[in-house]
Design a protein around this ligand. Structure first.
Ligand code: GTP
Ligand code: MG
Length: 403
């Protein structure tokens, strides 16, 4: 048997090895290049650092985080919280809850607003909790103060009457500034100029399931404008003239009413009366362009000119909800029935056991407010002409008990 000389073999193998390495390097470069050029994702608002994308492992529970090495394109979105220094610890709990159930995976930014300076301690501790970029902003006097057309004596009298009638926050001046800011100004603050979607979070709220998807992307991919979890009935005494003021605005501006609106959700016969149903706005995932629209901004400005934020106690929840129901195509509104969410004293827990198991929910479906008779969610599905989400037997029992 004839053997090749050793030196010839090693020379040939070295050459083959060199060719292999060069071929692999070129293939890698072509792959990388073609991904950047032909990626199905839209051009970035913010491209995530691919090497550090962490993902929650659903199979191993909340605290287990692992890294994946695939690219991810976030939506142009941010969390938004209005808070005060005294809220530090209840806000930390809320942030931990959002981070554990959703944001550790995606690292969206978080914008914090306050009508006073946040303390250095607040900023340091809160920034440390948020996995995206946290920024802190003060609200100017033009967004948090009395406009010059408000009669201060009349406003004081209004507060005293509501306090005497034991309306929640009826006597509070700051609560009224807060509601006015959340109705008409948060989206005009420059800190939100570069964002399209926002998700509102309040101190003390809790998320009780792992997120099964990126809800911001879900809004974007499905061309949705407004998403909610809970829906309830407003205190009539806090908004006695809100509906009539809305009707005045509609009569002057009928062009803003969408022909496929959701007015059946908020009114009974012929729009004569507001039924007080509203989306509970302490949770809200929405497209800021809706608030920036001519229809919404003019609606808010008209309401503001009539003084009801101060003379009565108009809340941002009914104001947002009325506008969403009148000005939007109802197909743009979405109920997140798969999110476990609690803002005391109410919570929503997915009614499907399958969802609760898949999303590792730790909420009690029997304590869920969603399908009780005081909730407006059933009314919402009726107005949408959609079937109610499926129930498991145990939650159905709660519904029947309460109906
Ligand atoms: N900076 C600032 N934020 C406020 C003020 N009042 C309320 N907020 C915030 O505005 C949001 C709504 O206020 P809440 O007190 O939660 O009102 P609510 O949800 O109707 O009622 P509860 O949660 O039951 O107290 C929260 O994010 C609060 O932190 C205020 O005077 N200044
Ligand atoms: Mg609250």
């Amino acid at each position: 048997m004839k053997y090749f000389p050793i030196s010839l073999i090693s020379r040939n193998s070295l050459r083959a090895l060199r060719i292999l390495v060069i071929t692999m390097a070129i293939t890698g470069l072509i792959y990388q290049f073609s991904f950047n050029i032909f990626s199905p994702y839209k051009l970035p608002y913010s491209i995530q650092d691919l090497s550090s994308l962490e993902i929650l492992s659903h199979s191993q529970g909340n605290s287990d985080i692992k890294t994946i090495d695939q690219p991810y394109q976030r939506a142009n979105a941010t969390f938004v919280t209005l808070a005060q220094n005294k809220d530090l610890y209840s806000l930390m709990e809320a942030i931990q809850s959002v981070e554990n159930s959703f944001n550790k995976k995606y690292k969206y930014d978080w914008v914090f607003f306050n009508d006073n300076e946040f303390s250095p301690e607040f900023k340091e501790i809160i920034s440390n909790q948020v996995s995206g970029n946290a920024s802190f902003h003060i609200i100017g006097k033009e967004y948090w103060g009395y406009p010059d057309w408000i009669d201060l004596e009349k406003a004081k009298k209004g507060r005293e009457e509501m306090a005497a009638a034991k309306i929640v926050y009826g006597g509070s001046e700051s609560y009224r500034h807060m509601c006015r800011f959340e109705s008409g100004f948060f989206y005009r603050h420059p800190a939100l100029n570069n964002y399209k979607y926002y998700w509102r979070v309040e101190p003390g709220v809790k998320y009780t399931c792992l997120a099964d998807k990126d809800y911001f992307k879900y809004m974007e991919d499905n061309d949705l404008t407004y998403g909610f979890t809970l829906s309830l009935i407003e205190f009539r005494r806090s908004i006695p003239t809100l509906w009539n003021t809305t009707l005045d605005f509609i009569h002057q501006n009928p062009q803003y009413i969408h022909k496929n609106n959701l007015v059946e959700f908020i009114t009974e016969a012929n729009m004569t009366e507001y039924n007080l149903c509203h989306f509970w706005s302490n949770f809200e995932i929405a497209d800021l362009d809706f608030y920036r629209s001519e229809a919404y901004s003019k609606y808010f400005d008209y309401l503001d000119s009539q003084g009801g934020f101060f003379y009565e106690r108009w809340g941002d929840a009914p104001v947002h909800s009325i506008a969403v129901s009148l000005f939007l195509n109802k197909t743009k509104i979405h109920h997140f029935d798969n999110i476990g969410y609690e803002h005391p004293p109410f919570q929503s827990c997915p009614s499907s056991k399958k969802t609760r198991l898949e999303n590792k929910c730790f909420c009690n479906p029997r304590k869920s407010f969603t399908w009780t008779y005081k909730s407006c969610v059933a009314k919402y599905y009726e107005a949408q002409g959609l079937p109610r989400p499926p129930f498991e037997k145990d939650t159905q029992k709660v519904l029947m008990n309460n109906e």
